[in-house]
Write a protein that binds this ligand. Sequence first.
Ligand code: BES
Ligand code: MN
Ligand code: ZN
Length: 530
Amino acid sequence: MDFELKTLTRARICAEKCDALVVLVPQLLAETDGSDALTALMAQADQSGDFERKPGKLLQAYRTPGLSATRLVLAGVGEGSARNIKTAVAAALAAIKGSNAQRVVVCASLLNAADAPHLQAALLACGDAAYSYTATKSKPAGAKLQRLVIGVADLGQAKAAFHKGVALVKGIDLAREWGNRPANHATPTLLAGAAKALGKLPGIKVEILGPKEVAKLGMGSFMAVAKGSEEPLRFIVLRYDGADKAEAPVVLVGKGITFDSGGISIKPAAEMDEMKFDMCGAASVLGTFRALAELQPALNVVGLIPACENLPDGRALKPGDVVTSMSGQTIEILNTDAEGRLVLCDALSYAERFKPRAVVDIATLTGACVVALGAVRSGMFASHDDLALALSEAGDRALDLCWRLPLDDDYAEGLKTNFADVANVAGRAGGAISAAKFLQRFTSKFAWAHLDIAGTAWRGGAAKGATGRPVGLLVEYLLGQVGQIGQVGQKPRKAPAKVSAGATRSAVSREPGSAVKTARVSRVAKAPAA
Ligand code: BES
Ligand code: MN
Ligand code: ZN
């Protein structure tokens, strides 16, 4: 899908030639005395009461005299919030979906304020509508929609928002795609391959560790989960270096269980297929790196993905087994289905070597979080209030919401055991929190947050599929960090041998509360030693 941004002043809307023209219409539209076909049509629709300008409400027309577009879709946006715009664009594109429309124009020119969040919301809805899963279909239905044009009254302001929106769509698409792939088409090895492909993009470096290296690191907890599968584990290390080497990175850790059967503590058969989505945390890290490569912000980011399958087997770990984690803490495994925390804890210990500014792990960790927050907000836990606030505000800006849950020490009581330093499960009550308390034991060296995306990473039922969440939240959070790093101006560094010298690119990044700014960053020659 190609996205394009173009100027579309009110006077030009009627003359816009395309297969489908979606006009976003706010509740209160500044009156114009225009006598054009669109104004006349809207006036008539208003009089007849046939078009409510509420978000999600549409009025469609075909080959309207005076309009060059084949189809016209008026889409109400209510008071025009970013959320309403997303709803409106989604509804309009869903209405067009069955048609033959190839070139679609979404016109934001009538909006009273079409600033960055509004355009981004429109683009995210376009990206959502345009994505289609084809990887394992023998006769993929060719996507009809080829080109999506966003029309705005003023191009100048919109450019940076457009660039960011397109980067987000690419990141979200990648996360959805890997989330959706069946477990036999998204093994730890294949997931590592997807990460490697990202390593070809500017500023990104990827290193893949296998069972030998992981054993050497002493990741006994991660290895214990992988033991029950024939598929070899992979530990994926991604780096995006956009700032000086001396800048402490943000580390993202994504749960990469490519299939979670529960292991010996096996899950019931119903809906077990959905446990192919148990690597959506990992997919969100890949998607975030995809967006970073596009945006080139001035900061350093590390991505860590412990990837393996959780299967029952003659060699699988058993309830009651005690394993030694990389941190040295011993863990009694009382339930092999609480495997996410077992792979994450070793990745969190590995994160220490980067002396990170902050570590955020992202995991489809607990059914309890689904019960608590449903599919609307991801669960968020944080050891530091400023990190919690930054994540929560980033979620709001990206329309990718989260909600902070508590970390009182009393919630860790149930993790006590007579046979190891800690057990991997507590009782059913407060299950999302005791899981977070388990993880917290491995995060004493840095500011840490945990996103439980069990309810938000995918949808079940007829619309079953990965959502790409929380790529929006993560990218927004990272971009918000740009201005906060110690030094603002960074030294351009030498380009790597493979890339021609002077291969610098201008990049756009946004600081919270400030105007869009352009920064120069260079491709990175060598990742700082881990
Ligand atoms: N991947 C699951 C969590 C999950 C379950 C996500 C259902 C989305 C929907 C995780 O590995 C798991 O099995 N967690 C257990 C923990 C329990 C054994 C303490 C759970 O939530 O049931
Ligand atoms: Mn599990
Ligand atoms: Zn799991």
